[in-house]
Design a protein around this ligand. Structure first.
Ligand SMILES: [Ca+2]
Length: 280
């Protein structure tokens, strides 16, 4: 029997659709014990309300949701959760992260799937925060794919808070970076959505409703394959040293490795596994 892995999911749920897919996986996957969800970036209170509603539908009212500095913002996904009664804990997201890391040093795996603001703040509160975690498995950056700083935008999660990302990549944590190299083929096309619908699960219906409201075309499950990497090997991983540049690009440089980076993935195997896992 494989050991259950305690995790915390740090998410910017409510903009792109893949955070919702990752949250349902975190709530339903027996290999992980979801201890808390923290919300990051922009309208963190509305994001927390959305996470709360989705967790409740997943049968997980036990999972607390912490938000951070909040600002105005509205999206069709966030509007879906407007009817959810969410009471914000007195403790903020970064403070909760520091407390949980101290309560079980060396045991917690943190999975950030949004901008790294809460982690940066946690490292300000406790410079040893990263070393108290078992591991950080983050969605962000890229290494090889289309890598051309002159012509290609930096990846969103890193670019949105570059100072926080620099802190995370130098904090001494056991770090796994799942970037665009591994994610771009995880396209959750209509065929997959139909398989999910066939499960008849209420959280599957919620995901498909959120997907319907989302203005994009085909969901790409960046955040869900990142979470899967906590205990599954759909990604090809390489040790390397990554430098976060001032513009948010992640560049492979010479020197002692500071992370393990995903450089490719078996996307079809992952999608098949995903649908099976959240259909249980
Ligand atoms: Ca995200």
């Amino acid at each position: 029997m494989n050991q259950v892995i305690p995790i915390v999911l740090d998410t910017d749920i409510g903009d792109d659709i893949d955070d919702a897919y990752a949250l349902v996986l975190a709530a339903r996957w027996p290999r992980v014990q979801l201890g808390a969800v923290t919300t990051a970036y922009g309208p963190t209170l509305s994001r927390a309300r959305l996470a709360r509603k989705l967790l409740d539908i997943c049968g997980r009212p036990d999972v607390p949701v912490y938000s951070a500095d909040d600002c105005e913002g509205e999206t069709p996904q966030l509007a879906w959760a407007a009817d959810c009664s969410y009471s914000r804990p007195a403790e903020g997201a970064a403070e909760a992260l520091v407390r949980m890391a101290n309560e079980r040093p060396g045991q917690l795996t943190l999975v950030p799937i949004g901008p790294l603001t809460n982690l940066g703040r946690a490292l300000d509160l406790d410079p040893d925060f990263g070393r108290k975690l078992r591991r950080i498995v983050l969605m962000g950056g890229w290494v090889y794919r289309s890598y051309s700083p002159e012509t290609t935008d930096p990846e969103w999660n890193i670019r949105c808070d570059v100072p926080a990302a620099k802190k995370v990549f130098s904090c001494g944590a056991d770090l796994v970076m799942v970037g665009l190299d591994a994610c771009m083929e995880t396209r959750f096309t209509d065929d997959w959505q139909e398989k999910l619908r066939a499960s008849g699960r209420p959280w599957a219906d919620a995901l498909l409703e959120l997907t319907r409201r989302w203005p994009g075309q085909v969901p790409i499950l960046y955040d869900a394959i990142t979470l899967a990497t906590v205990a599954e090997r759909f990604c090809e991983l390489q040790q390397m040293r990554i430098e976060v540049q001032d513009d948010g690009h992640t560049r492979k440089v010479e020197g002692e490795p500071n992370c393990v980076a995903a450089v490719g993935a078996d996307a079809q195997a992952f999608l098949d596994w995903y649908v099976k896992t959240v259909s249980e």
